[in-house]
Write a protein that binds this ligand. Structure first.
Ligand code: UTP
Length: 405
C-alpha cells in the first residue's frame, strides 16, 4: 500500500489515529505498520462500532448421540474401525495452543505450565503421553499439528524441543501459526500497542482450519481423512481415541464431538443441540430456563456439554473452508498507547477483541455425532489458578486417574 492509499483507507474508516506517530517511525517500522493495516479485515468494520454479538440463534432442539452404555456395548467394533484408520494414516491431531491463557495468569504458553507437585509434569507432557498410549497400541504415529500464535510460537517450539517433544517423534510434529486480529476501544477505534504496531491478539480458535490449510502442511500427509482437534488445557484429554474415531466413521456423520453429561442444568458449558435442524453448540446462557431444566427418561434433555475435542472429516472441511463463521465480541483489557505515545496498561476492560470459535464450525459441517465420555476420566480443564476448572481441580482429577504428581 502506498502512503497515499494507506491514508485514504484509514480516512474512509475513521481510523487515522493509527498514523499519529507515523513521522517518528523508521522505514522498516513504516512498512511493518502499513502491512498490519493492510491485513486488517475491513469487512468487519461495522461490527467495531456496534459490537453486538452476531451469532443469533435459530430454533433449538435436542440432538441424540451415543451414550456411555451404547459405547460400552459396541466398544470393540468402534475401537477396531478406529485403530484400522489410524494404522492407515487417516487421522491427524490438531492441538489448539494459540490462546493467551489470561485467566491462568502466566505469560508462558499454557502447555508449558508445570502442573506437577513433587516432580515437573507439564501440560504438553500430559497430552503427548495420552497420545503416545494410542499410537503405541496402534503401532503407528498420528501427525500432530500444533497451532501457536505470534505471541507464543517461538517459546512453544523452544520448550517442546528442549523436552525432546516428550517422546513424540518430531517427524510427525508440525507447527502452524494462527492469525491475529486487531483490538478496538469502545468507540470502535483501532489501538496501537507500539508506535509502529497495532494492538493485535490471536483471532480465536475458530481460525485453526484456514491457518492450517494455508500452510500446505496437510498435503504432506495425503492419506488424512479425519482431524481430531482438541484444546491444550484439558490435561485428561484423550487424543486420537480410536473408539471415538470408529464410532464417528460408522455413524456416517461429518463430525463428532466428545461430550460429558452436564452436572446440573446451569453448568457453564456449551451444549451440543440441533439449531434449525443442524448440529450446533449453544452457550449455556443462550438456553432458556425451561430448556435448561427440561428432562427425558435419561436425564437432562440438553445434556451434551462439549469439552473441545472434535473430529472433522477432512474433505468436508475443504468444502466449507471459504464460509464465514460468526464473530464473537469479547471485552478485554487492551494495553495501548495514549495520545502522547505512552503505554497504558488498563486495570479495567477498555476495548473489544474479535474472535471466531471452533464450536461454530460444527453447524457448517452439517452433521455431528455426540459421543459421551466419563467426565472424571477425560475432562480436567485448567482455566484458572484456583477454584472451578483450575490447576487445583485438575490436580485432583489427575490423582484420581492414578497420575503421580
Ligand atoms: P480459551 O477459550 O480457554 O482461551 O481457549 P485461552 O486464551 O486459552 O484462555 P483465557 O480465556 O485467555 O484465559 C480454549 C482453547 O482454544 C485455544 C486455547 O489455547 C485453548 O486450547 N485458543 C484460544 C487458541 O488456540 N487460539 C485462540 O485465539 C484462543
Amino acid at each position: 500500500m502506498t502512503d497515499e492509499k494507506l491514508k485514504q483507507c484509514l480516512q474512509e474508516h475513521g481510523q487515522t489515529q493509527l498514523l499519529r506517530f507515523w513521522d517518528e517511525l523508521g522505514d522498516e517500522e513504516k512498512v511493518s505498520l502499513a502491512r498490519q493495516i493492510a491485513d486488517v479485515d475491513w469487512g468487519t468494520v461495522a461490527l467495531w462500532k456496534h459490537p453486538e454479538d452476531l451469532s443469533g440463534k435459530g430454533k433449538i432442539e435436542p440432538i441424540s448421540g451415543v451414550s456411555l452404555d451404547e459405547i460400552a456395548r459396541n466398544r470393540k467394533v468402534f475401537q477396531k474401525v478406529g485403530e484400522e484408520a489410524i494404522k492407515e494414516g487417516k487421522l491427524g491431531a490438531v492441538l489448539l495452543a494459540g490462546g493467551q491463557g489470561t485467566r491462568l495468569g502466566s505469560d508462558a504458553p499454557k502447555g508449558a505450565y508445570n502442573i506437577g507437585i513433587t516432580r515437573p509434569l507439564y501440560i504438553f507432557e500430559c497430552l503427548i503421553g495420552n497420545l503416545l498410549e494410542v499410537t503405541d497400541r496402534a503401532g503407528a504415529y498420528v501427525p500432530l499439528f500444533i497451532m501457536t500464535s505470534e505471541k507464543n510460537d517461538a517459546e512453544t517450539k523452544a520448550f517442546l524441543k528442549a523436552h525432546a517433544y516428550f517422546g513424540y517423534p518430531s517427524d510427525f510434529i508440525r507447527f502452524f501459526k494462527q492469525d491475529m486480529a486487531p483490538a478496538v476501544d469502545f468507540d470502535g477505534k483501532l489501538l496501537l500497542e507500539e508506535k509502529g504496531r497495532l494492538a493485535l491478539s490471536p483471532n480465536g480458535n475458530g481460525g485453526w482450519y484456514s491457518s492450517l490449510a494455508r500452510t500446505k502442511i496437510l498435503q504432506e500427509f495425503p492419506a488424512l481423512e479425519w482431524l481430531n482437534v482438541f484444546a491444550v488445557d484439558n490435561v485428561l484429554q484423550r487424543i486420537a481415541d480410536p473408539a471415538f474415531l470408529g464410532a464417528t466413521i460408522l455413524s456416517g456423520k461429518m463430525s463428532g464431538a466428545k461430550v460429558v453429561s452436564k452436572a446440573e442444568p446451569h453448568e457453564k458449558v456449551g451444549v451440543l443441540c440441533l439449531e434449525d435442524g443442524l448440529p450446533a453448540v449453544v452457550e449455556y446462557y443462550e438456553l432458556s430456563e425451561e430448556m435448561a431444566n427440561a428432562r427425558d427418561a435419561s436425564g437432562l434433555l440438553y445434556r451434551h456439554g462439549v469439552i473441545l475435542n472434535y473430529l472433522f472429516q477432512a474433505k468436508k472441511l475443504e468444502e466449507i473452508a471459504g464460509k464465514r463463521i460468526p464473530v464473537h465480541v469479547v471485552k478485554k483489557k487492551v494495553p495501548h498507547l495514549d495520545e502522547k505515545g505512552e503505554l497504558v496498561r488498563p486495570e479495567e476492560v477498555n476495548g473489544y477483541k474479535f474472535e471466531t470459535l471452533i464450536l461454530d464450525m460444527i453447524k457448517l459441517m452439517g452433521s455431528c455425532l455426540p459421543y459421551e465420555v466419563v467426565r472424571e476420566r477425560e475432562f480436567a480443564p485448567v482455566k484458572n489458578r484456583t477454584g472451578v476448572d483450575s490447576v487445583d481441580s485438575a490436580r485432583e482429577l489427575l490423582k484420581y486417574n492414578g497420575v503421580k504428581l
